[in-house]
Structures are given as structure tokens and as C-alpha cells.
Design a protein around this ligand. Structure first.
Ligand SMILES: NC(=O)c1ccc[n+]([C@@H]2O[C@H](COP(=O)([O-])OP(=O)(O)OC[C@H]3O[C@@H](n4cnc5c(N)ncnc54)[C@H](OP(=O)(O)O)[C@@H]3O)[C@@H](O)[C@H]2O)c1
Length: 268
């Protein structure tokens, strides 16, 4: 088995360190290459993996290839490089690049997989959605699932669902970060230090989400457990409802889906 990473930045690093730690692949089986070579050299040194001398060499020597550069770099793949992935499993984490555009760059790959990870993947707490171009063999499914397992949880979806998945789990971390910041800003105006308010909000978020996951209760049931009639939480939630919180989120998700659809359409 040989697995090659084209792009050796944040996400590739998270995957490489994760799969080596879990023993999914050995360091001798993994190689990488980057644009300037800087990140690939650093990752090769840190993880003890092979540094390829060119993208073509990596493509010729790998039977699984992970595309982990920026989405626009897909257009720099030459015909020779694309054809060098003959018989390989091609896995892409590029935002907004759909299966047909990946297939067109790598026409001879044995199968193509599109993955939408999210930023908590950097600490192994991410969630990824993935779709295969063609029904996978058991071995290929195993490769994809064990690789994504290094980043956190993973779920298979249909390609058309990738837009809404992008809105929910791809953009989701930014929504949570922004929410924490708004809470901390508001708390500061009531005399709590911003750093302490941020910590309280972070720990509240971690605890609440873990409770929701472990209890298996519906979000609405957990809301009811916190709210007492005319109490403090009731006052807070009523204020949010009167500002049409739900409608605001619906609109945000709608805009994100639209933008994702727009970005995945070929230019011109
Ligand atoms: N980070 C996330 O959590 C996350 C979440 C969802 C999706 N993604 C997707 O994951 C991909 C990588 O994101 P990232 O955060 O890891 O980016 P990043 O840290 O900026 O890394 C980008 C990598 O691409 C390399 N590169 C640049 N030009 C290249 C070229 N022409 N050929 C080969 N490699 C080239 C860079 O190499 P040098 O710097 O050494 O030149 C670097 O190793 C993106 O497509 C993004 O859409 C990331």
C-alpha cells in the first residue's frame, strides 16, 4: 500500500499524524509533496514520511492519492500528472470541487472520493462527509473510512447533499465561534472580563454538546429541562425568539447552500 499527499498543509498534517498514530498506515507507506516544498519538507521531517521530488513521481508511486492543496490548484494538474493516477484511488478534500471536475483531472483513477471535512479535524475532533463517484470495493471503503477516522467522525452522503453538508458542518465551526464571541462581548458589557466570559461560554458549549450527544435526548427536550416558566432562561430565549433567531439561521443556511452551488459551477 502506498499513499501520497499532494499538499502538506494543516489538513494533510492532521490526516498524516492521525493515520500514523492509529497505525492505519506505516510511515514507509506515506509520501507527500507541496507547492514550494516548505510544508512537505516540514511534514516529512515531523512524521518521518517520504518527501517526493515531484507531483508526477508521487502520482506514479502511490496507489491512493489524497488531494490536500487549495481548490484552485486542481487546475494546475497537467494531463501527464492526471494520467499518472491510472488505477489509483483518488481522495479529494478540496472545498467546492465536485466529482465530475475531479474525474476530468484524473480520468484514469479507479475511483474518486470527495470529502468535506471541517476545521476541528486538526485536533481529531472533526466531522467529515464523503461521497464516492462509483460504488466502492470493500478495500477502498476501508481506506477512506480509516483515513477519515483519523480526523474524527465521518458519514457517507450523496453528492447533491454536499452543499447542505458544507453549510452545516463545513461552515458550522465559524457559527459556533462567532456565537461564543457574541456571548463574551455581551457579558463584557455586564462587567465580566472578556477572557473569563469566553472560557465560561466555551465550557458551556463543550458540556452542553457532550450532554446532548451522550443523553440521546432531542435538543428541544434539553431546552425544556433548562427553562422554567418566567425564569431567567425563559427571558433570554423569548428575546432571541422575538428577534426571529430561527428565521435568521434558516436564511444563513439558505445563503450558504446558494453560495456553495454557485462556487461549484464551472466558471464562464
Ligand atoms: N483546514 C481545514 O480544516 C479544511 C476544512 C475543509 C476543507 N479543507 C480543504 O482542504 C484543503 C487544504 O486546506 P489546508 O487548510 O490544509 O490548506 P493549507 O494549510 O494552506 O495547505 C495548502 C497546501 O497546498 C500546498 N500547495 C500549494 N500549491 C500547490 C501546488 N501547486 N501543488 C501541490 N501543493 C500545493 C501548500 O504547499 P506550500 O505551502 O509548501 O507551498 C500546502 O502544503 C483545501 O482545499 C480546503 O478547501 C480544509
Amino acid at each position: 500500500m502506498s499513499i501520497g499527499f499532494i499538499g502538506a498543509g494543516n489538513l494533510a498534517r492532521a490526516i498524516v499524524l492521525g493515520i500514523l498514530k492509529k497505525g492505519v498506515f506505516s510511515s514507509q507507506e506515506v509520501s507527500c509533496i507541496s507547492g514550494s516544498g516548505k510544508t512537505a519538507r516540514a511534514l516529512s521531517l515531523e512524521a518521518g514520511i517520504r518527501l517526493s521530488s515531484s507531483r508526477l513521481e508521487l502520482l506514479n508511486q502511490s496507489n491512493t492519492v489524497i488531494l490536500a492543496f487549495k481548490p484552485q490548484h486542481l487546475d494546475t494538474i497537467t494531463e501527464e500528472e492526471g494520467n499518472a493516477a491510472k488505477g489509483s484511488l483518488l481522495i479529494s478534500v478540496l472545498a467546492g470541487r465536485n466529482l465530475p471536475s475531479l474525474r476530468s483531472a484524473f480520468p484514469l483513477a479507479r475511483n474518486v472520493v470527495r470529502v468535506m471535512p471541517n476545521t476541528p479535524s486538526r485536533i481529531g475532533k472533526g466531522v467529515s462527509a464523503y461521497c464516492f463517484e462509483n460504488p466502492p470495493t470493500n478495500d477502498d471503503r476501508e481506506i477512506v473510512e480509516s483515513m477519515l477516522g483519523a480526523l474524527g467522525a465521518s458519514y457517507e452522503v450523496n453528492e447533491p447533499q454536499m452543499h447542505i453538508v458544507t453549510a452545516v458542518s463545513g461552515c458550522g465551526p465559524a457559527v459556533f465561534f462567532q456565537f461564543i464571541d457574541f456571548v463574551a462581548q455581551a457579558a463584557e458589557t455586564h462587567g465580566l472580563e472578556r477572557s473569563l466570559a469566553t472560557q465560561l461560554a466555551i465550557e458551556t458549549g463543550i458540556g452542553s454538546l457532550e450532554l446532548m450527544k451522550q443523553s440521546g435526548q432531542l435538543p428541544s427536550e434539553l431546552v425544556d429541562e433548562v427553562v422554567s416558566p418566567n425564569g431567567v432562561t425563559h427571558a433570554l430565549l423569548e428575546s432571541l425568539k422575538s428577534a426571529d433567531w430561527s428565521e435568521t439561521i434558516h436564511k444563513g443556511i439558505y445563503k450558504a447552500v446558494n453560495r456553495s452551488e454557485e462556487l461549484s459551477r464551472p466558471a464562464g
